[in-house]
Every structure is written in C-alpha cells, then in structure tokens.
Design a protein around this ligand. Structure first.
Ligand code: KG4
Ligand code: ZN
Length: 345
C-alpha cells in the first residue's frame, strides 16, 4: 500500500492543497486562485491575500482529501511551504499544517517554495533530473540554482531588481491589459509585429554574471509608449497594434535573457540538464525557445506542464525527499518570508 503526503501551499495568492503518494502519484490537487481579488490593484495586496487564505484553507483541504479518496489515517505526513513568501500568507498554511500534525499526531515537513518549483519537473517527468541547473522564473523570483541533489541547492545568480513575472505584470498594466499580466501580454504579443520597437536585453552580454535585470526593460517600455521624458501612461489611448507590437518585443527581450543565462549556467557548471519552473515558465514562447536552444546545445530540458508552473501544492511533494532523510520539523517552527539563497537541506 502506498504512503500519502498531504501538501499545503499558501506562499502568495493561491490557496492550494494536494495528496501525493511516495511514488509521486498525484491523488488530488486543489488550487483556489485569488486573481479576481487582486485584479483591480494590478498586483497582490498582502493583507487581502492573507485574509483570503484564511477563508479558503479549510474548504481547500477538505476538497483535496475528498478528491484523493483517502481518510486521515492514510496520511503519513503533512508538508507545507514555509519560505519564501508573504508573511501573512505563509502563516495561514503553516498554522493549518501544524494544527493537523498536532491533533492527528503526524510528522511535519517544511518546503522551500522555489526548490518545489524546480521539483515540479521531477514530478511531471517521472525521471531523476538531478543534478540539474534549476531556473525559477515567477512573479516574485528569477533565480538560477545548481541543484546537486533534491536536498542540496546552490544559488548561482538571480535578478538584481524586478522578477520577470513582476515585469510582465507591470508592462501589462502600462498597456492597459488584464491581471495577471503574463498571460495577457503573451496573448497580445501573438498579433505583434517584431522589430517595430527595440528594447534592451539587460546583462545578457555580460558573460561573467548569471544575473538578470528587468527594471530598465520596464522603463524602456514606458518611454516607448509615452515618448521620451514623459512618464504618465495612465491617460494614453494606445491603438491595439501598438499594444501588440510592444508586448511582442518585450516578451522577446525577457525570453532572450532567460534562455541566454540558463544556457550560460549549463556551460559554466558542465551540468547538461536544465529544469525550469515558476509561473513565467507557462509562457509559450519561452518554452519553445528553451526547447530549440537546448536541443541545439545538447542540453536535456524539463519544463513542468503549465498547471505545475503556476503555484500549486503538488510540487511541495519535494518534501518526500526530506521525509526519507528524516528531516522533520518541530511544531514551533516559524515562517521565513525572505529568500535564503544557499541551502544544503
Ligand atoms: O509562480 P507563480 O504562480 O507565483 C509566484 O510564486 O510568484 O507566478 C506568477 C507569475 C505572475 O507574474 C504571472 O504574470 C506570471 O507568473 N505568468 C506568466 C504566464 N503565466 C503566468 N508570465 C508570462 N507568460 C505566461 N503565460
Ligand atoms: Zn511560485
């Protein structure tokens, strides 16, 4: 009989729970998105996110258990993402996990959300992908890791300002597109004509660094639509073709930077496997360019399916690795909202 892990994810604005077996079979996965609550602010409002998690966590847990078709006695352990994320959001997931562990006497496992994004590739592929280079590209993070084993992640570089997903969200807002911005920009870009605008590829030519920078790119977009020296874009009425052309060139620039640095990381480390996760990894152009360039360079690439790229609890099944290593947590652990770059276990 298989062992079952109950996993919980509440780092940002998705309330999610899943049941995953020790052979990484997904018995259930429930994700309650808060996109509609944050849409009017064009970004996540931490207080609203925490309150919404509180309202949703119990129904989401119940639904995950119901869909899995297993009773509480069939749950071996409970895993929860404790870092990095919004403090108020993380706390709701951790308190739920602790309560279950305390009342039902189950062991508690902690999950690093960024490592889980990379592990989504392991779960989806069914293959042992380690050692690999991990690229996490999401709304809050854009980082490259050397992932030696599922328990040993070394930070190689990352964004020195905005995350790629954040840049997508801000550019969508400037262009009057919806929230979340990534899918909206990608949709607009489909009708775009390449070459009308020229945006920079920050740090791409600097082969000494495995870092990214998206804030200057955002400013370039702003000036392209407002004209030089003016920055208020709120009153602008952009024609649909201009929106599409800006979206297409912006998306191309972000993808060039991500693909270029990910391949540079494989060259610098000699690791010929690349795993890509996080919400922006759902981007069609990025997936296509990664597949092409990795094939050209002889690098094996794994990109999680879209539903495992955006936040979900299935990827928290990385906690089985900690379970097997005996890395359990005491019930008085706290959340760690900030990013801890280096991690051996
Ligand atoms: O991983 P995720 O769900 O949450 C964080 O941990 O941040 O990532 C959300 C981010 C948002 O910024 C969203 O705009 C972006 O992922 N995103 C995309 C696409 N789908 C989601 N960006 C580009 N293209 C997409 N198709
Ligand atoms: Zn995420």
């Amino acid at each position: 009989m298989s062992e079952n892990l109950l996993t919980i994810e509440t780092t940002c604005d998705e309330t999610a729970a899943a049941v995953v077996t020790d052979s990484l079979q997904v018995l259930s996965s429930v994700v309650a998105s808060q996109d509609r609550l944050h849409e009017r602010y064009r970004g996540v409002v931490p207080e609203i996110a925490a309150r919404a998690h509180l309202e949703r966590i119990l129904p989401v847990l119940d639904e995950a258990m119901r869909r899995a078709g297993v009773g509480w006695d069939a749950i071996t352990a409970v895993a929860v993402a404790t870092t990095p994320g919004l403090a108020g959001s993380l706390l709701v997931g951790l308190m739920a996990a602790k309560t279950i562990c305390y009342t039902l006497n189950k062991p508690l496992l902690a999950v690093n959300h960024l490592q889980a994004h990379i592990y989504a590739c392991r779960i989806a592929s069914g293959r042992d992908v380690f050692p690999c280079i991990g690229l996490v590209v999401s709304g809050g993070h854009t980082s490259l890791y050397r992932c030696q084993t599922p328990l040993e992640f070394h930070w190689l570089g990352g964004t020195i300002d905005d995350a790629a997903g954040e840049a997508f969200d801000k550019v969508a807002s400037m262009l009057g597109l919806g929230y979340p911005g990534g899918p909206a920009v990608a949709r607009a870009a489909e009708r775009g004509r390449p070459g009308r605008f020229q945006f920079p590829r920050p740090l791409l030519d600097n082969t000494d660094r495995l870092d990214f920078s998206f804030s200057g790119l955002k400013t370039a977009v702003r000036y392209a639509i407002t004209g030089p020296g003016r920055c208020d874009f709120r009153q602008l009425q952009l024609d649909p073709q201009t929106v599409a052309d800006v979206a297409a060139e912006f998306q191309q620039a972000v993808v060039d930077c991500l693909v270029g640095k990910a391949l540079l990381a494989t060259q610098r480390t000699g690791i010929r496997t690349l795993c890509v996760g996080g919400g922006v990894a759902a981007n069609r152009l990025l997936r296509q360019r990664l597949a092409e360039e990795c094939q050209r360079c002889g690098v094996a690439v794994y990109i999680a399916p879209s539903e495992l790229c955006t936040d979900n609890a299935v990827m928290a099944a990385i906690a089985w690795e900690r379970y097997r290593a005996g890395l359990f947590e005491p019930l008085d652990i706290d959340v760690q909202p900030g990013l801890v770059r280096q991690s051996r276990r």
